[in-house]
Design a protein around this ligand. Structure first.
Ligand code: BGC
Length: 416
C-alpha cells in the first residue's frame, strides 16, 4: 500500500511538473477604457488557452504615466511583474538596469527579424538582443469627428488645412456645440501639440524641433506659428476640459456634444466598442496639414527576469502569442491600431486602418514617418516629461506669451 508520505511526494511531483508546463503571468498594463479592455481580453484568452494563469495588473491612466510610476516601485522593491507595457526609449532605460529578460530564443524561433519593420525591431532590442515584444502600430496624428454634428453645423467634409479647420470650428460653435473635445492632461495636450507642429511645420521641422530638440528650430518662426495655432485650437475647447480622461472626450464626440477630437487611433477602438460605424457615424482624417506624415506609436511588452521556470515558460509563450497572427489580427481590430507584424492581411480592417497601413508604408519611404513624442517613442523620459509640462503650462495659461512659451520649451528640452 502506498504510504501517505509517498503520496504527498507523488502529488508534489505532479504539481511541479504542471508548473513547468504552465505558469502565472502578471501583466502590468493601462488598457482600462471600453475599447482597450476588449482588446487586452483577447491576449488573456490566448494565454489561458495555453494553460497559463493571467494575473491582470491594470493601472488606470491614459498614456501610461500612472502605470510607469507603479512599475518603478515594484521593480525597486524587487518584485517586478512578469510583463509590463513599456515602449520606446524607456525599454532601453529598463534594459540598461539589467532587469529585463532576454527574448532571443522566442524571437529566433518565431523569426521576428524577418517579420518586423527594422525601425520597430531596433526599439525592441538592447545591445542586439530582443527585450520586448511589439503589439501594434498606432497612428497618433488623427482627427476624429462626428458625422451628424458636422452635418448639423453645415461643415461639408473633414478640414484638410488649419484654416479650413478653424472655419469649420466656427460653424460648430455657431450651431451651439463644442468644436473640440479635449481632455486636459499633459499627454493629451501634447498629442494635440505634436499634430499642430507636424501640420504647421512638416515632418522635417517636427524632427528638428521635437526629436533632435535643435535650439534653432525651437526658436524659429515656425515654432512661433505652431504655438499660435495650438493656442487657437484651445479656444475651441470647453471649460470642463482640464483633467478629463481621453475616452470621456471621445464620448462627447459620440454623443453629438462635440465635433472633433485630436487623438491617436485608440479612439477608434472606443467608437467601435460603442457600436459606432466608421465612415458613417464617425469620420477619421489626418490632422490638418499632416496627410503626408505619420506619427507612430508602437505598444510593446517587456518581460522582467524571474526565477520561476513556469513563469519563464509563460513569458516565452506570451511573447510568441503577441507576435502571432491570431493575436495581431483580433487585438488590432479591437484596439484601433494596425498589426506591427509585416505581411498581415488587412481584409477584415476598416478604411481608417487601411489608410493607416498604406500611409505607414508610404511615409517610411518619403521621410514623413516620425515617432510620437507624446507617446514616449522618441526622446528620453526625463526630457519628454519636462517638455510636456512646459507645453501644458502654455496651454493652460493664456497669460504666458508665445515668446515665453517658446523659451520654456527650449529650456525644458535641455533636461538630461
Ligand atoms: C498607448 C495606447 C493607449 C493610449 C491611451 C497610448 O500611449 O500607446 O495603447 O490606448 O495611450 O491610454
Amino acid at each position: 500500500m502506498i504510504k501517505v508520505s509517498q503520496l504527498a511526494a507523488a502529488v508534489a511531483m505532479v504539481v511541479t511538473a504542471a508548473a513547468v508546463q504552465a505558469g502565472e503571468v502578471e501583466v502590468l498594463h493601462y488598457w482600462t477604457s471600453g475599447g482597450e479592455a476588449k482588446s487586452v481580453a483577447e491576449l488573456k484568452k490566448i494565454m489561458q488557452a495555453k494553460g497559463h494563469v493571467w494575473k491582470d495588473f491594470a493601472v488606470a491612466g491614459g498614456g501610461g504615466d500612472n502605470a510607469a510610476t507603479v512599475l518603478k516601485s515594484r521593480v525597486v522593491s524587487g518584485n517586478p511583474p512578469a510583463a509590463a507595457q513599456i515602449k520606446g526609449p524607456a525599454i532601453q532605460e529598463w534594459a540598461a538596469e539589467g532587469v529585463l529578460a532576454n527574448l532571443d530564443a522566442t524571437a529566433k524561433a518565431e523569426k521576428w527579424d524577418s517579420l518586423l519593420p527594422k525601425v520597430v525591431a531596433d526599439v525592441m532590442k538592447y545591445k542586439g538582443n530582443y527585450v520586448a515584444a511589439p503589439v501594434n502600430v498606432h497612428r497618433v496624428n488623427w482627427m476624429w469627428a462626428n458625422a451628424a454634428v458636422l452635418k448639423k453645423a453645415g461643415v461639408a467634409g473633414m478640414p484638410k488645412t488649419w484654416d479650413e479647420f478653424f472655419a469649420a470650428a466656427d460653424k460648430v460653435k455657431a450651431a451651439g456645440l463644442i468644436p473640440v473635445a479635449h481632455g486636459g492632461q499633459n499627454w493629451q495636450d501634447f498629442t494635440t501639440f505634436e499634430s499642430v507642429v507636424l501640420g504647421v511645420g512638416g515632418a522635417k521641422f517636427y524632427n528638428d524641433a521635437l526629436i533632435k530638440l535643435d535650439a534653432k528650430a525651437l526658436d524659429s518662426d515656425t515654432m512661433k506659428k505652431s504655438l499660435e495655432t495650438f493656442r487657437k485650437v484651445k479656444s475651441y475647447t470647453d471649460a470642463a476640459a482640464p483633467g478629463r480622461d481621453w475616452n470621456l472626450a471621445t464620448a462627447m464626440v459620440m454623443q453629438e456634444k462635440a465635433a472633433f477630437q485630436f487623438m491617436g487611433d485608440w479612439a477608434k477602438g472606443e467608437f467601435l466598442a460603442a457600436g459606432k460605424a466608421p465612415g458613417k457615424d464617425f469620420l477619421c482624417a489626418a490632422a490638418p496639414g499632416t496627410a503626408n506624415a505619420y506619427t507612430f506609436n508602437v505598444d510593446s511588452f517587456a518581460m522582467f527576469k524571474l526565477k520561476d521556470s513556469g513563469a519563464q515558460k509563460a513569458q516565452g509563450d506570451l511573447a510568441a502569442a503577441i507576435m502571432g497572427t491570431e493575436f495581431q489580427e483580433v487585438f488590432n481590430l479591437n484596439k484601433g491600431s494596425i498589426p506591427v507584424r509585416l505581411n498581415m492581411s488587412m481584409a477584415k480592417f476598416d478604411d481608417c486602418a487601411k489608410t493607416s497601413s498604406k500611409d505607414f508604408v508610404d511615409t517610411a519611404k518619403t521621410g514623413g514617418l516620425v515617432p510620437s513624442v507624446a507617446h514616449g517613442m522618441a526622446i528620453k523620459p526625463a526630457a519628454e516629461g519636462a517638455i510636456k509640462d512646459a507645453v501644458s503650462q502654455f496651454w493652460n495659461d493664456d497669460k504666458i506669451s508665445v515668446a515665453d512659451g517658446m523659451k520654456n520649451i527650449a529650456k525644458a528640452a535641455a533636461t538630461k
